[in-house]
Structure formats: structure tokens, C-alpha cells
Design a binder for this molecule. Structure first.
Ligand code: ASP
Ligand code: MG
Length: 389
């Protein structure tokens, strides 16, 4: 923890996603929200994403110049998006009469490895951020970027501003880390897919990790994992609502009852040829393997194809649908309820696997939405009803 960050008033890290700063009006609204926290006596570090669709536009621009742009130049280019929003936000906050200063990832002491485009944070030395807080200023940090030990600008992978916020919160010993977006927290399922979904006021961090790792979009899996590792108090909140609403993610195990359903629709299943495993697995695209699906006489690999230019020949589009809750994994009765619900909805299950606090079924991708609705109705809604009664 950095010395100068101590002093009066709790330190709070607030991260604002791209849609929260998509235009000047929204940027001003964020500035007002930050100032409200300052007036409530908090010392605020703000982490911002690039405005709206900026990152995609910069990447498209690069690809229009070159079909395979170098990763070092790509990192320098896309890091600009967050620098635009950080400086504009500092100006907007200053206009409200509150002192603010913005820093790049490098200036904030976010030290990463050398892996351009997908760098991992190794260490955080937020001396300048802490000094700014010590001087009573709001510190604004460009999300998604850092610097390698050799001084190169790196980026942390898509959505990486969440990670920036978590690692800074840990390094500063922040009281909490708010991830602010246009969604008002974490829901028991995506409400656009499952009309019966409800907002979760509290989500134990282990369950948050399981949801994020299995496709829930509100939180970046890496950020939630790091929050768990370093004991950061995460809070998923809506930018347009006052702090305190949203979902708290306190450290702790997933509850026994099923609390949520999520789907990962960026997957394919690929039958593996018979013969030695070494040869079968060597044929898979690097880094894509998520799970092996083994059945008597048959075997397949579940692959994440989001980062591949094209799925391997012969791959079938599939989705995983995951229920989070400890008992679903431990009790065969509940697994039977889940399988019956999928049967009753006419949704064939290709494979099932479970561990810890999550139970996952593999289904054809076109069945992902219906499978989420069926599992939510069969497992999450009854558990919620019991909790309420
Ligand atoms: N602007 C980056 C992206 O679009 C990082 C972020 O939004 O967190 O992926
Ligand atoms: Mg984003």
C-alpha cells in the first residue's frame, strides 16, 4: 500500500465503461457523479475506458492500413482512446470546481509483462496517483493500459479497464472498487434473454468469478479473479444511479442454492481423431481449448474461438449454459431437475461437467437462450422463492 494514500477520507476507485463516457453529455454526468463522491468525503480515483466505440474504430483504422498490424504499434494506437477520455474527464471535473489530474497507465505505475495486446499486470506503483490524492485532487487513470519494464506501452486485452481498476484498488488499499456501467449490477441471468431474471443485491465473490468465467458480460473474469486474489471489495453499479445501488461482491463462497445462470456462446465443439492424445491435442489451435468432452467411444474438444480468425474445419457451434450454486454440483437430485428441465424444453444436452460451484451443460448454440430460460425457471426461481418466504 502506498503511504500518501493514507490520510483522511476513504479511498474509492470508480471505473466508468465506454458507454458511460460515450459523448460529452455523459462525460459531464460522470464528472458530476465523481464530484458528488468527493463532496461526500471520499478520495476518488477514476479509471476510464475509451469513449463509446473508440477502441473498435482505432482497431478498424489499423486494419484498413495494414492487414496484419504489428502488436507494439497497435498498443500505442489503442491506448490513445483511454487518454482522450481521461483528459476530457479531468477538464469536466475541473469545470465543476474540483481539482483533478489525469495519468496514463504508465504514469500510474501499472507495470506489465511484455505481451503486447494481452499484457498481464505484474506490479503497481501508483506513487503519482497517491500523491495526487494526498494533495486533495481527483486522480483519473487511463484504463486498459500499462508499461513494460523496458518502457513499452502495453494493453491488457479487451475490457481490460476493469482490471486496471482492481489492481489500483488493491495497490491503494481502497475501501471499495466500483465498476460503473449502464447496467445496474449483476443479474441472476441476462434479463434480455431471461425475462424472469432479478437483480442480485449481493453476490459472493466466488460466485461472481464463476459467472464471469462462464460468459456473464457485466464483469471481466480476470478482474473478478484478481479482486478475489487480493481481497478487493468490488461493487457493480449503474453510472446513472447513486453509489450504493447495484450489486456488492463481498469475499466468500457461492451460496448453496442456485443463484444465477449464464451462457457462453463463443464456443465450438470439435470431434477429435482416435489415436494418441498427444497427436489429437497438438492439432488444436493454441490457447483455444476450454474443456475435453469425453463419452464412451467418442471424444471432442470444446474450443473458445473468439480470438481465432476462423473456427477449425468441422467444428460445430455450441454454447455452454452454466448454473452457479454449490448444491447443484453436490446433489444428483438437482442435476436431475436441470436435465429434466432441458428435456422438457426439447433441448438436447451434448455433455455435462461440474466443479466447485458450477454445473455446465453443452448445447447447440441455437439452443442457448431457451436453455438459460429453462434452467433459470427450474433452479434459480424456486431457490429465490424459498429465500423470500
Ligand atoms: N477500451 C477497451 C476496450 O474496448 C478497454 C475497456 O473498455 O475496458 O476493450
Ligand atoms: Mg469496455
Amino acid at each position: 500500500m502506498v503511504e500518501a494514500a493514507r490520510g483522511s477520507g476513504p479511498v474509492v476507485v470508480q471505473k466508468y465503461g465506454g458507454s458511460s463516457v460515450a459523448d460529452v453529455e455523459r462525460l459531464r454526468a460522470v464528472a458530476r457523479r465523481v464530484v458528488a463522491s468527493v463532496q461526500a468525503g471520499e478520495r476518488v480515483v477514476v479509471v476510464v475506458s475509451a469513449m463509446g466505440n473508440t477502441t473498435n474504430e482505432l482497431l478498424a483504422l489499423a486494419r484498413s492500413v495494414s492487414p496484419s498490424p504489428g502488436r507494439r504499434e497497435l498498443d500505442l494506437l489503442v491506448s490513445v482512446g483511454e487518454r482522450v477520455s481521461m483528459t476530457l474527464l479531468a477538464m469536466a471535473i475541473q469545470d465543476l470546481g474540483v481539482d483533478a489530474v489525469s495519468f496514463t497507465g504508465s504514469q500510474s505505475g501499472i507495470i506489465t509483462d511484455e505481451r503486447h495486446v494481452a499484457a498481464r499486470v505484474l506490479e503497481v506503483r501508483p506513487h503519482r496517483v497517491a500523491a495526487a490524492l494526498g494533495e486533495g485532487k481527483v486522480a483519473i487513470v487511463a484504463g486498459f493500459q500499462g508499461v513494460s519494464r523496458s518502457g513499452e506501452v502495453t494493453t491488457l486485452g479487451r475490457g481490460g479497464s476493469d482490471t486496471t481498476a482492481v489492481v489500483l484498488a488493491a495497490a491503494l488499499g481502497a475501501e471499495r472498487c466500483e465498476i460503473c456501467s449502464d447496467v445496474d449490477g449483476v443479474w441472476s441471468a441476462d434479463p434480455r434473454v431471461v425475462p424472469g431474471a432479478h437483480k442480485l443485491d449481493e453476490l459472493p465473490l466466488d460466485a461472481g468469478v464463476a459467472l464471469a468465467q462462464h460468459g456473464a458480460q457485466v464483469l471481466l473474469a480476470e478482474a473478478v479473479e484478481r479482486a478475489r486474489e487480493w481481497g478487493v471489495r468490488l461493487h457493480a453499479a449503474a453510472t446513472h444511479l447513486p453509489p450504493g445501488s447495484g450489486t456488492r461482491l463481498p469475499p466468500g463462497p457461492a451460496p448453496a442454492a442456485a443463484l444465477g445462470v449464464t451462457a457462453d456462446v463463443g464456443l465450438v465443439a470439435l470431434e477429435l481423431p482416435p489415436g494418441p492424445w498427444r497427436a489429437a491435442l497438438a492439432g488444436l489451435p493454441g490457447g483455444a481449448l476450454r474443456q475435453l468432452l469425453l463419452h464412451p467411444g467418442a471424444r471432442a474438444a470444446l474450443l473458445d474461438v473468439r480470438n481465432l480468425s476462423a473456427p477449425p474445419a468441422g467444428a460445430r457451434p455450441v454454447a455452454t449454459v452454466t448454473v452457479v450454486g454449490r448444491m447443484i454440483v453436490a446433489e444428483s437430485d438437482l442435476q436431475q431437475v436441470a436435465l429434466d428441465a432441458l428435456d422438457a424444453a426439447g433441448l438436447p444436452v451434448e455433455a455435462v461437467y461440474a466443479a466447485g460451484e458450477r454445473w455446465t451443460a453443452v448445447v447447440a448454440r441455437e439452443h442457448a437462450a431457451a436453455a438459460q430460460r429453462a434452467l433459470h425457471a427450474a433452479l434459480v426461481e424456486p431457490a429465490q422463492a424459498v429465500e423470500k418466504s
